[in-house]
Design a protein around this ligand. Structure first.
Ligand code: PLP
Length: 403
């Protein structure tokens, strides 16, 4: 008998979870048994449309045949050997990311926080070696860069830092979207600027047009590193593989994770040769980082995004959802604003969004709420027009019922 067979319904999982797991997550009382495409099915057999994709991770949807085949093939050959040896799958994943980004060196790890942790270490080491000991990193209010001590120190939100002081030194915060404030904050010790192209957890905050381009100019002028955290928006979510492509700039360092593995944990940091040299042999590492299974997943995801023209689909379906949500906003005063790009969309409400997330779940739509009042949609990039309309109809019903 399978070890999971005793979990016959979601309630049995809730009971056991409460007994043995930390209570650090606020989980909905639903346990899924499997998924197909944009659909999820719970242990009771109920069907859901997944408009959150495991928080911007399941970009190919669930059980995509190309990803399943790549993982099955890889698992049957070898899953892990460590970075003591050459890993062809890691090289193959790096080649694709390097070609797509124009940043010639890749480092792999296992999560977004680890990718940013690596970027922070890289910036400090480069500052120490090449820029006369500069170490300070400027980040923005409302940002989210992860949950390690270094990345909560970079994350300018009190709620993620509370109780974990003393934080890591060497970070200062400025308002998001404000290039002048950033310019004024730069001082002798500053080595880098770290920002998200669109703040995800902070409430799907889209900066003013030209923000990244002007930050690039500032960094060039002051000889700072521009580090972009594309953990949530990278890998096609905004309609281009990297969100910053739309600004016509190249960052010095970019971090990705989430969607890269289609659900298999993986993170990566990309940069140019000169900066990468600061992490010379022995300077940084990870046992699991870039392991064959994760990298085989990464290759399959990148190939599928290209083969199925998912960037085009993301732009088209994103525009469709955005337009319909904007029309709904014009009708319902409880919607303050609809924002986002491609398939990262935020619907800001005049009230807490959590009850609406619960109501949507009961009606078979999986969404989430961030920054208290922002309903966030992060559906798979494979979402069809029909599925988009179906999900939107449920969301509309929930919003109308609440208004
Ligand atoms: N950076 C951004 C922009 C994120 O959205 C997240 C997670 O939501 C992270 C970093 C942290 O990634 P992880 O949870 O994989 O550590």
């Amino acid at each position: 008998m399978s070890a999971l067979a005793r979990f016959r319904d979601s309630a049995s999982v809730v009971r056991e979870a409460d007994r043995v797991l930390f209570r650090n997550y606020k989980r909905a009382p639903v346990a899924f048994s499997h998924g197909r495409g944009v659909r999820l099915f719970d242990l009771e057999g109920r069907e859901y449309l997944d408009f959150i994709g495991g928080i911007a991770v399941s970009s190919l949807g669930h059980a995509h045949p190309a990803l399943v085949a790549a993982l099955a093939d890889q698992a049957a050959r070898y899953i892990h050997v460590s970075n003591l040896y050459q890993i062809p799958e890691q090289v193959a994943a790096a080649e694709r990311l390097v070609a797509a980004s124009g940043l010639p060196r890749a480092f792999f790890c296992n999560s977004g926080a680890e990718a940013n942790e690596a970027a922070i270490k890289l910036a400090r080491r480069y500052g120490a070696r090449q820029l006369g000991g500069r170490y300070e990193i400027l980040t923005t209010y409302g940002s989210f860069h992860g949950r390690t001590i270094a990345t909560i120190s970079a994350t300018a939100q009190e709620k993620y830092q509370s109780g974990f002081q003393p934080l890591l030194q060497g970070f200062r915060y400025v308002p998001f979207g404000d290039v002048e404030a950033m310019a004024q904050a730069v001082r002798e010790e500053t080595v880098a600027i770290l920002v998200e192209p669109i703040q995800g957890e902070g409430g799907v905050n889209v900066p003013p047009e030209g923000y990244l381009r002007r930050l690039r100019e500032l960094c060039d002028r002051k000889r700072l590193l521009l580090m972009l955290d594309e953990v949530q928006v990278g890998m096609g979510r905004t309609g281009t593989l990297f969100a910053h492509e739309q600004d016509g700039i190249r960052p010095d360092i970019v971090t990705i994770a989430k969607a890269l593995g289609g659900g298999v944990p993986i993170g990566a940091m990309l940069t140019i040769d000169e900066i990468a040299q600061a992490l010379d042999t022995g300077a940084h590492g990870s046992t699991f980082g870039g392991n064959p299974l994760a990298c085989a997943a990464g290759v399959a995801v990148l190939e599928t995004i290209a083969a199925e023209r998912l960037l085009d689909n993301c732009r088209a379906i994103g525009a469709r959802l955005h337009e319909r949500l904007a029309r709904l906003a014009a009708e319902l005063p409880m919607i303050r604003q609809v924002r986002g790009r491609g398939l990262i969309l935020g619907v800001e409400l005049d009230r807490p969004g959590r009850p609406l997330v619960g109501a949507a779940l009961e009606r078979g739509l999986v969404i989430n709420c961030t920054a208290e009042t922002v309903i966030r949609l992060l559906p798979p990039l494979t979402l069809s027009a029909a599925e988009a309309d179906e999900g939107l109809a449920i969301l509309e019903g929930v919003l109308r019922a609440a208004s």
